[in-house]
Design a protein around this ligand. Structure first.
Ligand SMILES: C[S@@+](CC[C@H](N)C(=O)[O-])C[C@H]1O[C@@H](n2cnc3c(N)ncnc32)[C@H](O)[C@@H]1O
Length: 310
């Protein structure tokens, strides 16, 4: 497995569509793959299909990457990030035949309700990435959660509940499945069919080009450093500038932290001197997903530069 098969940062949309689907007969997505044993098993069983896994935890990503390498799988792509953002903004439309979600965190607390699979918007995201005829399979140990999902997922008219089964026979068990079965819990399997195409698929936002040139002298590091603690955005998309560093060549790095509905990214902007002015861009090495908060931070810093507030 070469590094181009492990996408742990950046924008998966062009990577998946350019090198992801050549020659594969089916495409499946697993959301929250944990230690990666399910995706490994499926990819070994179906070498002709492409398996894409999304996981938010770096620790889990490292475990899964180890497995995928050990099994020498060339049909797996691993993406580290928040599925709530990636499904909506970055995955190709109507692309997957199957989406798996095994034992999602139930997020029982009220303040975490937006993170549940039953939260509003999730069924639209699923309908967006599933091809017509594609299936979403959800397995959970939580009966209330299963019943809530059975009602909420078909809120998108393209998705209908096909199967709701307690204690199904499964060819592969995940770590959490073994844990819950070991505790004597019931397991629920739900599958939903996408039975029609999107009426108006529209366009994903795609990759934003985050760079902009400015006329006039570049700001001095002491002025940029005064931005420390500058905050912007609102509840679901917020950012803060944390620090600024200057190199001997005059390039200034601005450290930023963004948060999109709790999905946090730490990254840098670069202010690079050039003839007659300077260029603001996202630092290539720390390249974050271009979420609404990252775009907002870029615009915020850009307008401070433009208005000479720096
Ligand atoms: C209870 S574990 C289940 C892991 C695995 N599927 C299994 O059955 O053993 C839930 C997993 O979902 C991941 N997760 C939670 N929220 C996520 C999100 N928004 N995007 C991607 N992964 C997420 C967690 O990091 C965790 O690995």
């Amino acid at each position: 497995m070469t590094l181009d098969r492990i996408i742990i940062t950046g924008d998966p949309l062009p990577v998946l569509t350019s090198l992801g689907d050549k020659g594969f007969q089916g495409r499946a997505l697993e959301i929250g793959f944990g230690n990666g044993e399910f995706i490994e098993h499926m990819a070994l069983q179906r070498p002709q299909s492409l398996f894409v896994g999304i996981e938010i935890s770096m620790n889990c990503v490292m475990k899964a990457v180890k497995r995928v390498k050990r099994s020498n799988l060339s049909n797996v792509r691993i993406i580290m990030g928040d599925a709530r953002f990636l499904l909506k903004e970055r995955l190709p439309l109507e692309w997957f035949d199957k989406v798996y979600m095994n034992f999602p965190c139930p997020w029982p607390k009220k303040r975490h309700a937006r993170r549940r699979v039953t939260a509003s918007g999730f069924s639209d995201m699923l309908a967006g990435v599933l091809a017509t005829g594609g299936v979403f399979e959800l397995v959970t140990d939580d009966g209330d959660y299963a019943r809530e999902a059975a009602l909420s997922i078909p809120r998108n008219p393209a998705l209908c509940l096909e199967r709701f089964e307690a204690d199904p026979e499964r060819k592969v068990q995940t770590k959490y499945e073994r844990k819950w079965l070991g505790e004597g819990k019931n397991i629920f399997l739900l599958s939903f069919l996408k039975n029609k195409g999107l009426p108006n698929p529209g366009m994903k936002k795609g990759v934003l080009e985050l760079h902009k040139a400015f006329q006039g002298p570049c700001p001095h590091i002491s002025v940029v450093a005064a931005l420390k603690g500058h905050k912007g955005g609102e509840r679901d998309a917020r950012w803060v500038f944390r620090d600024a560093y200057a190199s001997s060549s005059g390039v200034i790095l601005v450290e930023a932290l963004s948060s999109d509905e709790g999905f946090e990214q730490s990254f840098f902007f670069r202010i690079v001197p050039r003839e007659g002015g300077c260029m603001l861009k996202v630092d290539a090495a720390s390249r974050p997903f271009t979420t609404p908060a990252v775009s907002g931070a870029f615009q915020d810093l850009g307008s401070l530069l433009e208005n000479r507030e720096l």
